[in-house]
Design a protein around this ligand. Sequence first.
Ligand code: ZN
Length: 174
Amino acid sequence: MRMALRTIEIMGSPVLREKCAEVDVCDDELRALVRDMLETMYHSSGIGLAAPQVGLTTRVIVVDPRDENEDRRNPIALVNPQVVWFAKELNKAPEGCLSIPGMEDVVQRPASVVVEGLNPDGEEVRIEAEGVLSRVLQHEIDHLDGILFVDLLTPLKRRIFLKKWKKSQAEKKV
Ligand code: ZN
C-alpha cells in the first residue's frame, strides 16, 4: 500500500490554532490519511500526531505510546475522539510535540481518562487510558481544538518556554 510522509506544521502556523471539524464518513481517503499520519509519526520518532499537525482541520489522531526499546508497533487511530471522563487525580510529566521540535516541559494533566471515538472503519471505540497513553491521548485531542501543551503551562513557565523557543528558531535561521 502506498504511503506518503506529510509535512509537519510548526508552532506559529495558523492551522495549529484552528478548531477542527468532525469527520462525517470513514472512507478510503480517511484511511489513507491515517496511514500517512502513522508513517509521518514513526518517521519523526513521535508517539502521537493530530491532523492539524499535517495541515488538516479534521478530527483525526494517531498514537503509539510504545516503549522506546520496544520494536513492536501498536498504533491506535481515532476519528472524532472525545474525552468522556477525566480522573480527579492529576500528575506531572515532561511532554514534547512534533510541532515544537527540540523543546519539552513538564505538564500537569488528569492521570487517567476514558476516550470514545471511531476507528478508521467507522466502528465505535472506547479506551480506558492511564499513564503515557492517557497523557498522549489528551495531548492529541487538545490539538483538535487548537490547544498546544505550552498553553497548559503557568504564565511564568510559558513566558520562559516561548523565549527559549524564539531563540532556538532564530538560531535555526542563521
Ligand atoms: Zn503535539
